[in-house]
Design a protein around this ligand. Structure first.
Ligand code: HEM
Ligand SMILES: *[C@@H]1O[C@H](CO)[C@@H](O)[C@H](O)[C@H]1NC(C)=O
Ligand SMILES: *[C@@H]1O[C@H](CO)[C@@H](O)[C@H](O)[C@H]1NC(C)=O
Ligand SMILES: *[C@@H]1O[C@H](CO)[C@@H](O)[C@H](O)[C@H]1NC(C)=O
Length: 261
């Protein structure tokens, strides 16, 4: 009887510390914890895959977090760290903190999916108004590259129209394509290039891995080729020109020929 009770207490303690096998317990950021504009790094810190205080992220720490938490291939994880460590303003830095990422126009950029432009206010906390702007283009329960690309373009048009300091360089575009692709890569299907919208809403809103919605980390290690393939598909889906209708393109050209077409 007594041992049953003790074992029940122990079990419930274990379950609350670790509600999903292999998934460290989740705890939101406290007042002294650093967080940044990346919903995934914040998430990994909330799950203690990264230091919960968001500090001291060395290559070893980043690679461990991305491999253990998301099954990133270690080569890809190391590459991402190397691209990020420039966010630490110290020369030859060997680590970064999550709040280093908040510096505007270093890695953080305008027209984010879920954060305000720096011009308008806080550029790194989740902002529901902004996320709703993006989600207006997520027109079904399963997101595809077109919906994700449309949300991205819409945010850029809004920023370009209303933010007099709108900045979006080619290297920001490249980063942005990776960010827009990320939901498919981590939470979706690499073959069909789709992802359940519910998982993405949950992830952004809670900065928590959507295990309670049935997500499990990818079975096969994610490589740089996976990231590039989905980013490329997003880039193509962001093109607003559709293929010509066979036989009609020439006539339409004639119609407007007086206008210099
Ligand atoms: C070393 C690894 C990483 C670094 C340094 C990093 C850094 C950043 C930064 C600086 C931003 C802000 C860009 C902006 O202004 O919108 C960002 C956004 C983002 N990151 Fe990460 N990231 C990393 C890994 C990941 C991973 C593994 C995912 C996978 C899901 C991810 C998903 C995203 C998404 C979806 C956004 C866009 C958020 C938005 O537009 O509102 N990141 N990341
Ligand atoms: C990561 O994947 C790439 C491409 O498949 C491979 O060349 C590399 O060796 C992998 N890295 C590790 C550490 O397994
Ligand atoms: C969210 O973004 C909008 C538009 O940039 C801004 O007006 C609002 O103050 C932001 N909200 C928060 C909570 O930062
Ligand atoms: C952006 O990506 C494209 C396509 O992969 C590449 O050709 C270009 O050099 C990249 N530009 C920058 C500034 O990184």
């Amino acid at each position: 009887m007594r041992s049953t009770l003790i074992s029940a207490i122990l079990t419930s303690a274990l379950v609350s510390a670790n509600p999903h096998l292999g998934m460290p317990g989740w705890e939101p950021a406290g007042p002294d914890d650093f967080r940044g504009p990346c919903p995934m790094l914040n998430t990994l810190a909330n799950h203690n895959f990264l230091p919960h205080d968001g500090k001291g992220i060395t290559e070893e720490v980043a690679v461990q977090a991305l491999t253990a938490g998301l099954n990133f291939n270690a080569t890809l994880a190391a590459l991402m760290f190397k691209m990020a460590v420039v966010a630490n303003p110290e020369p030859k830095a060997t680590f970064f903190t999550l709040d280093h990422l908040n510096q505007h126009n270093v890695l953080e950029h305008d027209a984010s999916l879920s954060r305000s432009d720096a011009f308008f206010g806080n550029n790194h906390v989740f902002n529901k108004t902004i996320f709703d702007e993006t989600r207006a283009y997520w027109t079904g329960p399963v997101l595809d590259v077109n919906m994700l690309a449309n949300g991205k373009i819409a945010r850029q048009i809004n920023s370009k129209a209303y933010n007099p300091e709108y900045t979006f360089t080619e290297s920001m575009e490249n980063f942005s394509l990776g960010e827009v692709a990320a939901p498919i890569i981590v939470f979706g299907d690499l073959q069909t290039r789709t992802v359940d919208r519910a998982l993405i809403d949950y992830f952004f809103e809670n900065e928590r891995l959507p295990t309670e919605l049935g997500w499990t980390k990818p079975a096969n290690a994610l490589t740089q080729d996976d990231v590039l393939a989905v980013s490329q598909a997003i880039s193509e889906a962001a093109n607003l020109i559709t293929p010509s209708e066979p036989g009609h393109a020439g006539k339409r050209g004639d119609l407007h020929s007086g206008l210099g077409v």
